[in-house]
Write a protein that binds this ligand. Structure first.
Ligand SMILES: [Zn+2]
Length: 156
């Protein structure tokens, strides 16, 4: 079976820096066909391929987790900070567009708390290595939910 619109695709993947430094690896399943489950460049490279196909893609920051947005870096007074949240934790606040936005707590310095709402890998070019390990037709329910269920997919 080939990867086409509304197929459930399983990949074994490895993400590194452009220089080959390991960032992440594992297995994932995604719904193919523009559901934004995975980077669009990866989807484009896998279109029409089948189990056993392997590829390496060099992704710019914009093609991966996006450019680092300085507007999402903030400092707030510790007094406004919910108690019990520590460095490495996350809080929900309001983004520059007025929508809810999750911020990572980067550091606490004196009376100030430094927050960053960017993805930890924002602003980084990445190399994405993957091998197709499974392709099947997605169920009607998966298409409705816009994601894949089962192993390496959504559990609910
Ligand atoms: Zn679902």
């Amino acid at each position: 079976m080939n990867i086409t619109q509304d197929t459930a695709v399983t990949l074994s993947y490895q993400v590194t820096s452009p220089q080959g430094k390991p960032v992440d690896k594992g297995d994932l399943s995604y719904l193919h066909g523009g559901y934004e489950n995975i980077f669009p460049k990866v989807e484009a490279a896998l279109e029409g391929q089948a189990v056993g196909f392997a590829t390496t893609l060099d992704l710019s920051a914009a093609d991966a987790f996006g450019e680092h947005d300085p507007a999402l870096v903030r400092t707030i007074p510790k007094a406004e900070f919910p108690p019990g949240v520590k460095v490495g934790g996350r809080i929900q606040s309001v983004g520059s567009d007025g929508q809810p936005q999750v911020f990572n707590v980067v550091k606490i310095k004196g009376p100030e708390v430094h927050l960053d709402g960017n993805h930890p890998l924002a602003g980084q070019a990445l190399r994405f290595n993957c091998k197709v390990t499974g392709v099947r037709a997605a169920s009607a329910e998966e298409v409705t939910h816009r994601h894949v269920h089962g192993e390496h997919g959504h559990q609910h």
